[in-house]
Write a protein that binds this ligand. Structure first.
Ligand code: ZN
Length: 341
């Protein structure tokens, strides 16, 4: 039995444009291909070819050029399989997607997009005109993604998660625009918290990639007061912000036990950390929550801060009833008090 260590798997995809971002194999003219960060079927359907994608440092590149190096084998087999599964799920609409696409596949697909963006950013300089400029993603930050990469390898290798999913997934129904189809796609992420949100047609997906599934376990019932409605884009964004805030309060009680079974097979087990004490989620406060909302909505935190323990939202009206907002609602309408810690 040939045992490959976790580090060996990761080492192969060190910052190098001549290796496949997924399997780490060397690329040459024969096996090299481009893998789009956002799959071509999305670019085509939502006409995003020339739409700029804003990076962490606020610089922009087009979706069209948002590609990472990938070998033909990964591109045409494991990656194309997962794209096919997600695409057919999304084409089927919200109910079909929820019923038919496995949570594991949704998780992998989200992890894949998140990872490809960071992988791409690892190649880009903060300022492409200055040669000595720091990379957008530091090597340290990239090293923190080792576990993401390991989870990702479940796409092309036999990786078994023993009785858990590495993250939480929330799926909600969202409103769509009849006027401009390209508005029916949106992507947002919070890199340090490893959270992302994808709005695609009437399906809204929020993924917390590295919480061992705990937010889903703890908050699904609470969030049903939002997810039982059809959300306007601004409400979907608000829910994403709340998920990110929850994750900012997270203290991981687990460590991961990795068992290599062969060069193509491993299992990952979630085990309690020794000496973990206290709560998994720290106590939140409205000052921090309002500040996060303000940075996501690009406005003044006072628009959300409603006094200690109360944070405004776009979900309810002044009487506490659900507020049905239009697709186009941009949030300039007064907030209602809602969030109680
Ligand atoms: Zn490959």
């Amino acid at each position: 039995m040939h045992i490959v260590s976790f580090d060996d798997w990761f080492k192969r995809e060190a910052n190098n444009e001549n290796i496949c971002f997924l399997c780490g194999n060397q690329l040459d003219d024969k096996n090299k291909s481009d893998e789009h960060i956002f799959p071509k079927w999305i670019l085509k359907e939502f006409n995003l070819w020339n739409v700029p994608l804003t990076l962490l440092n606020k610089s922009r590149f087009n979706y069209r050029s948002a590609i990472v190096p990938c070998c033909k084998k990964c591109n045409n087999t494991s990656l194309s399989d997962i794209e096919k599964e997600i695409k057919s799920g999304i084409d089927g609409g919200f109910d079909y997607f929820v019923d038919r696409v496995s949570r594991e596949s949704i998780y992998k697909w989200c992890q894949l997009i998140f990872y490809k963006i960071l992988y791409k950013e690892n190649f880009l300089k903060e300022n492409i005109k200055l040669k000595e400029s720091k990379k957008i993603i530091s090597e340290e930050q990239f090293a923190n993604l080792k576990l993401n990469h390991l989870f990702l390898r479940s796409i092309d290798k036999d990786v078994e998660f023993v009785d858990f999913l590495p993250g939480s997934i929330f799926i909600c129904k969202v409103k769509t625009s009849d006027l401009d189809k390209s508005l029916n796609f949106d992507y947002m992420d919070a890199v340090p918290e490893q959270c992302l949100a994808i709005r695609i047609n009437d399906i809204g997906i929020i993924a917390i990639l590295a919480d061992a599934g705990l937010q889903e376990l703890v908050k699904t019932e609470d969030y049903s007061k939002y997810t039982s409605h059809i959300l306007a884009p601004i409400q979907f964004k608000n829910l994403f912000a709340n998920c990110v805030y929850q994750q900012m309060l997270f203290r991981d009680p687990f460590k991961y036990k990795i068992e290599f079974k062969s060069s193509d097979k491993l299992s990952i087990e979630r085990v309690p950390k020794d000496n973990f004490e206290g709560n998994v989620y720290e106590q939140g406060n409205s000052t921090d929550h309002s500040q996060l909302l303000a940075s996501i909505f690009n406005c003044d935190p006072n628009q959300f801060y409603m006094g200690e323990g109360l944070t405004g939202s776009f979900f309810f009206d002044d009487n506490g009833a659900w507020k049905d907002r239009a697709f186009e609602d941009d949030g300039t309408i007064k907030n209602s008090v809602e969030y109680r810690i």
